[in-house]
Design a protein around this ligand. Structure first.
Ligand SMILES: Cc1cc2nc3c(=O)[nH]c(=O)nc-3n(C[C@H](O)[C@H](O)[C@H](O)COP(=O)(O)OP(=O)(O)OC[C@H]3O[C@@H](n4cnc5c(N)ncnc54)[C@H](O)[C@@H]3O)c2cc1C
Length: 380
């Protein structure tokens, strides 16, 4: 069957599913998406107005080529939708070079010749007086970085897919995905439908939908907290995001409306979310202590009482590398899983969507995905 006529289901039209639907529809596939809510909702991994985009990677330099592919597709999606989904304001990366993560940042910059500036303490104090450094910190300004608008992105990608012919079933939960000869069957409360392939992107519901997955994907509860600045420093001419890799890994984004600064913490500081259908969205005062400490130590120009708090979920693998590829144990190469993005998937989402389309339509991808592929990946 030609790619143009292939019928592909997308299960979960969130961050990855909306991009996969766009890429599949752009290649002429007949796409049907399903979401338990509607594209752009805030009850899952996407929400809170901003996500960091950056070129330098502190997790693993092997993401850099995928980031380049994502970068080009961000431009394409913006052009096709006429919306500003991403703004390149730069991102300050700071932390001790004695720690692996900051060392990887410097390595990825050198290895891939990324557009950057190294700032000494004096320059930082002049240009960005809102930060306090630790002794031994290095500071790098990643210039091809900035923020993404998550809700607008999911809605725009889903809408673009619909313009290209995709059908999206909103408020429709997929109960089961059953491998059948040369394809898959999607079962919902409304009945079942047969497809040649399925791209399975259920985010935090991955263990509910696919019990018995051979890899552990732990669903964690993430808090985003917004703080109002006490000076004008945060909203000058330059408004980069920042990531501090040590001693407490955290990140922050000046909000696009110029009112507040959103702070978030890293993986090790998130607690398990429990049942994704029962997410506790109330933040207890003791959960805020770490933010007050960070503000007191590194960001003294922020008022320590948050003006807004939100809670999200994300799936984490043990290695922090996502699971991308055919679902094992089904005897069927037509179920393509994308899960476990471990807190760093958004910036790469157009590339992951494109890779999902490659795998669903052609069975392989020209992108360098060995290190994230489900193929040959030991169970853990
Ligand atoms: C607070 C926070 C901050 C983050 N910051 C960054 C950042 O700065 N930069 C970055 O790159 N990444 C960041 N990330 C990570 C990034 O947002 C995630 O990796 C990404 O959103 C995960 O996408 P997903 O498609 O797996 O999940 P989701 O976007 O949650 O999509 C899953 C979708 O599947 C649907 N669904 C689930 N089960 C079913 C079913 N059975 N039937 C039908 N539909 C179903 C859900 O409704 C949902 O729409 C952050 C994550 C969080 C939570």
């Amino acid at each position: 069957m030609s790619a143009a006529r292939k019928r592909v289901a997308v299960v979960g039209v969130g961050t990855m599913g909306s991009q996969a639907a766009w890429r599949l529809a752009a290649r002429g596939a007949e796409v049907v998406g399903y979401d338990r809510f509607a594209p752009g909702h805030d009850r899952s991994a996407a929400g809170g107005e901003t996500r960091v985009f950056r070129s330098a990677h502190f997790e693993d330099t092997r993401y850099v080529p995928l980031l380049r592919h994502a970068d080009a597709l961000w431009g394409q999606l913006q052009q096709e939708t006429g919306r500003e989904l991403r703004r390149l304001t730069g991102c300050l990366l700071m932390g001790s070079t004695e720690e692996q993560q900051m060392a990887t940042v410097l390595e990825s910059i050198a290895e891939h010749d990324l557009d950057h500036e190294v700032l000494d303490a004096e320059t930082l104090a002049k240009r960005f007086p809102q930060y306090r450094l630790e002794d031994g910190d290095a500071v790098v300004l990643d210039r091809r970085a900035g923020f993404i608008r998550p809700e607008l992105t999911v809605q725009s990608a889903a809408r673009r897919a619909e313009q290209l012919g995709a059908v999206i079933h909103r408020y429709t939960t997929v109960r089961e995905i059953v491998p059948v000869a040369n394809g898959v069957e999607i079962r919902t409360d409304a009945g079942s439908e047969r497809f040649d392939a399925a791209v399975v992107t259920p985010g935090p519901w991955v263990n509910d939908l696919l019990p018995g997955l051979p890899w552990e994907v732990e669903i964690r509860r993430l808090i985003s907290a917004w703080f109002v600045p006490t000076t004008d420093a945060w909203f000058g001419e330059e408004r980069p995001a920042f990531i501090r890799t040590s001693p407490t890994h955290c990140y922050g984004l000046p909000s696009p409306d110029g009112v507040s600064v959103k702070l978030g913490l890293s993986q090790a500081l998130h607690k398990p979310a429990g049942d994704p259908n029962q997410l506790n969205r109330t933040v207890r005062p003791e959960e805020l202590e770490i933010y007050s400490d960070l503000i007191g130590r590194h960001l003294p120009d922020l008022h320590p009482d948050p003006t807004r708090l939100s809670v999200y979920m994300e799936g984490y693998t043990k290695s922090s590398r996502p699971l991308v590829g055919p679902l094992p144990g089904t005897g069927n190469e037509n179920m393509i899983l994308l899960a476990g993005f471990s807190g760093h998937g958004f910036k790469l989402s157009p590339a992951y969507g494109d890779i999902a389309a490659d795998l669903a339509l052609n069975g392989s991808s020209p992108q360098p995905i060995d290190f994230i592929s489900t193929a040959d990946r030991a169970a853990a």
